[in-house]
Ligand binder design. Structure first.
Ligand SMILES: [Zn+2]
Length: 283
């Protein structure tokens, strides 16, 4: 009995310390293209631009259902309405009950045209550029930042009198501030604009997830300039090598960042990186 008691006490100690370690960790996973998940120290899961069925995602290859890889999602953040960003948001929301964080026009049209569950898209976390909201019981603050792009929503009910693209509000980026974790900037599909410097002035960006593919958004050289403008402590490329017409590798981005002396890390689709506090500890 005594031995068992000691064993139980030791187990509790070990489990307790494991919890303590994981409790300080934030995990960021890339699914290819612009799709990332962020798991907070307290275990909340945010999914950004969840086109999980994109051709780069290893979870979508060989006939696999990529939604299996995200069994728990608390919030879906959408930078804008294009299909390569809305992606599988409707199916994921139905499956997980995740709440939508995006602009009101995009939310309204996703409900009306695409069948996004209304009760998960009409909450107090629908927001506008310039605003900051708190989610996850105050563990996460989301700031919506400007993006120079467009934001139509694909209309599956398009026909002779219904346009193929409906209004999707303004395109945006996000700054995600995690208590006890990193500050993450997701650029959406923006072009470079000089006021990105304001993001760098207002927030201490530990991790900048920057679209580098060009053609529809920043070319690699300007994406590196964006990393400099937002004062990124670490720049990670996204929105490239997914389909023809956008950059197929991050070489030019990496070279320009090297010249600007900004730390660079290239994630592989499917890869998770871990932050302890604000520092990336594990690749
Ligand atoms: Zn895009």
């Amino acid at each position: 009995m005594k031995v068992f008691g000691l064993f139980a006490a030791l187990s509790m100690l070990v489990i307790g310390s494991v919890n303590q370690v994981s409790a300080q960790e934030t995990r960021v996973r890339w699914f290819g293209h612009a799709a990332f998940s962020v798991t907070t120290p307290r275990g909340k899961v945010l999914l950004i631009d969840p086109w999980l069925s994109n051709p780069s995602n290893p979870e979508a290859k060989d006939g696999k259902d990529p939604l299996v890889s995200v069994p728990k999602v608390d919030y879906i953040l959408l930078t804008h309405g294009h299909r390569d960003h809305v992606g599988d948001a409707v199916e994921i929301a139905k499956k997980t009950g995740a709440v939508l964080v995006c602009n009101p026009e995009l939310a309204g049209n996703l409900v009306k045209l695409a069948g996004f569950p209304a009760e998960q898209a009409a909450t107090d976390v629908i927001m506008g550029i310039g605003g900051e909201i708190q989610i996850a019981d105050g563990e996460v603050t989301i700031a919506m930042t400007p993006a120079v792009h467009s934001s139509s929503v694909y209309n599956p009910k398009a026909g002779p009198t219904n346009a193929e693209r409906a209004y999707g509000g303004n395109p945006a980026g996000f700054v995600i501030i995690i208590k006890g974790g990193p500050v993450i900037y997701h650029s959406g599909d923006t072009a470079y604009f000089k006021d990105m410097e304001t993001v760098g002035e207002q927030y201490q960006v530990d991790l900048a997830l920057l679209n580098i593919g060009g053609h529809f958004g920043m070319e690699p050289r300007m994406a590196a300039r964006a990393a400099q403008s937002v004062r990124a402590r670490l720049a990670v490329p996204q929105h490239y090598a997914t389909f023809p017409g956008i950059a197929q590798n991050s070489n030019d981005f990496a070279a320009e960042l090297k010249r600007l002396k900004i730390p660079f890390y290239e994630m592989k689709p499917g890869e998770t990186v871990t932050f302890r506090g604000r520092q990336m500890t594990q690749k």
